[in-house]
Unconditional design. Structure first.
Length: 219
């Protein structure tokens, strides 16, 4: 992560972020959602595909989530400009001929996985939503846990699970029990696996040593 990006209040790291539960967006419906301060109009077209557009119409700034879904497109309620899934305006009722190419809004790559709708915060997603390598390509069940909100940058929440020193200083775990090893899976997915060993000269080590003979498996 480049210098000045971590915990920067106005910077968003390129990657997959989830927007809402998939069950909250029915076919033919549009929702107003906000991702890290950016307003979005997210809808599910007649083909079942989810589309995420910048929220404000290129004409006069009306919020597109106030409009309605037409097939696989979204119609603004104010002057009825119609936007396709790629953000291109395909119809302006009061204008003869094709709309100008500058009449468009930004469209964001989306995916649906694990019961969630995801958005890619870059120009083009290089691959789908990451999944545990051991489960990739197979059938498995997923479960939605509880939600919580924290008043901090997303980087801080993500780094918490792999911060070795935090486990030592805050949770008082012995130093040798955690040693996170990065394993690059793709441009947008790095797995961190613990290769630290369970200590035998510490009460916590002796406790979990009943279940782990060597490394404490943690990914």
């Amino acid at each position: 992560m480049s210098e000045g990006l971590f915990n920067h209040p106005t910077a968003v790291v390129t990657g997959w972020y989830w927007l809402c539960r998939a069950s909250q967006l029915r076919r033919g419906r549009v929702k107003a959602l906000r991702l890290l301060g950016r307003e979005l109009a997210v809808y599910r077209g007649a083909d079942g595909q989810v589309v995420a557009l910048d929220a404000y119409c290129a004409h006069m700034g009306a919020h597109l989530a106030e409009g309605r879904v037409e097939g696989n497109a979204l119609r603004c309620f104010f002057h009825r400009w119609r936007y396709e899934a790629d953000g291109r305006c395909s119809d302006i009722p009061c204008l003869e001929g094709a709309p100008p190419t500058r009449a468009c809004v930004r469209s964001w790559p989306t995916a649906e996985k694990h019961g969630l709708i995801w958005i890619w915060t870059g120009e083009q997603a290089p691959q789908g939503v990451p999944e545990p390598p051991e489960l990739a390509g197979g059938d498995y069940e997923w479960y939605m846990a509880n939600r919580f909100e924290k008043g901090c940058h997303p980087n801080v929440v993500l780094i918490n699970a792999i911060d070795e020193q935090h486990f030592r200083s805050v949770h008082r775990l012995p130093g040798e029990i955690l040693r996170m090893e990065p394993r690059v899976q793709s441009e947008a997915n790095i797995d961190f696996g613990n290769v630290g060993r369970v200590p035998t000269r510490h009460w916590f080590g002796r406790l979990i040593g009943r279940f782990y003979a060597g490394p404490l498996t943690y990914t």
